[in-house]
Ligand binder design. Structure first.
Ligand code: NAD
Length: 294
């Protein structure tokens, strides 16, 4: 089946990006939020991004208007009835996601494909809540969606090859580098990245170096664009902790367990860049490292 209309549930950090890149690729898009305020905020972000592209001469005003014209905002999932593909990007909460999938399964046409953008929940748990387990897959985008090239296309135990082909084709049309992977906690990127970030924090606890030294060492010695503690702040320390909890539950290996320093920083509300403080303080012109007081 050719995908023409894409539904996106959630217009937050990820959802607004997914809606934007889908409309930019020529799809008709309907995007749903839980409140008018959140919807306005998400669509406002898309409008701003497109406006910036026009200002920089990267896009004509007409093209930006056309892209925005292809995006319909709604508060009602009934508007997803004629979607060919629905991508869900709501808050990482299984009960919330299950409720949304059950509703979508009732209202969206039977041939449509369903995809979740979850970072850590098992795709099969959501697929099993619908009557289209073969048409259900994971499409894991990276933040910011407009910039990051990767799309992980996730096959659960029930996902059919048709659905994988739809996911791969969709990703290619969005200009993404697609990688086909399996429904195991963390997929490929977080499976490798999360233990590395946690080890950066454990290294700090064990005194192998200061925050600045650990970050500088991985930049200069491993060629990484940023060190692990800076990257942890970018991911969000609360997000990192919740992903690591899910991975630890699944694999029961120490390398996935959140170190005490991470737990304490999250308890203190130090979530990283988004909250203004993590391993660095972001209130000034330049981030300044702050010893978490181990
Ligand atoms: N943040 C990341 O780096 C990242 C990367 C890849 C995947 N993800 C995954 O993407 C999903 C969304 O994460 P996010 O970072 O965009 O979170 P977010 O909090 O920015 O956005 C989630 C949005 O879902 C909305 N929402 C809640 N209930 C809803 C409902 N009933 N109907 C419609 N919308 C509803 C919220 O209002 C919110 O705007 C999560 O599953 C997360 O694991 C996040």
């Amino acid at each position: 089946m050719e995908i023409k209309k894409v539904g996106v549930v959630g217009c937050g950090l990820m959802g607004h990006g997914i809606a934007q890149v889908s409309a930019q690729a020529g799809y008709d898009v309907v995007v749903a939020e839980a409140s008018q305020e959140k919807l306005d905020s998400g669509i406002g972000k898309i409008t701003k991004q497109l406006g910036r592209a026009v200002e920089k001469g990267k896009m004509e005003q007409d093209a930006a208007d056309e892209i925005l014209g292809r995006i319909q905002g709604t508060l009602d999932l009934e508007d997803f009835a004629d979607c060919d593909l629905v991508v869900e990007a709501v808050t990482e909460d299984l009960d919330l996601k299950l409720e949304i999938w059950k509703k979508l399964d009732e209202v969206v046409k039977d041939e449509a494909y369903f995809a979740t953008n979850t970072s850590s929940l098992p795709v099969i748990n959501m697929a099993a809540a619908t009557n289209r387990t073969e048409q259900f897959l994971g499409l894991h985008f990276f933040n910011p969606v407009q910039v990051m090239p990767l799309l992980e296309v996730i096959q659960s135990v029930t996902t059919g090859t048709d659905a994988i082909d739809v996911g791969l084709g969709f990703g290619e049309k969005l200009g993404k580098k697609t990688v086909h992977t399996k429904d195991k906690a963390g997929f490929i990127v977080n499976r490798l990245l999360v233990p590395y970030l946690l080890d950066g924090i454990r290294g700090l606890e064990e005194g192998i170096g200061s925050i600045d030294e650990i970050d500088a060492a991985m930049k200069a010695g491993a060629g990484h664009p940023m060190g692990p503690l800076t990257l942890a702040d970018f991911v969000g320390l609360d997000t990192l902790m919740s992903i690591s909890n899910v991975m630890y539950d699944e694999f029961r290996e120490r390398r996935f367990a959140a170190p005490p320093t991470l737990r304490k920083m999250v308890a203190a509300g130090f979530y990283g860049k988004k909250s203004g403080r993590g391993f660095y303080d972001y209130s000034g012109d330049k981030p300044v490292s702050v010893n978490p007081g181990l």
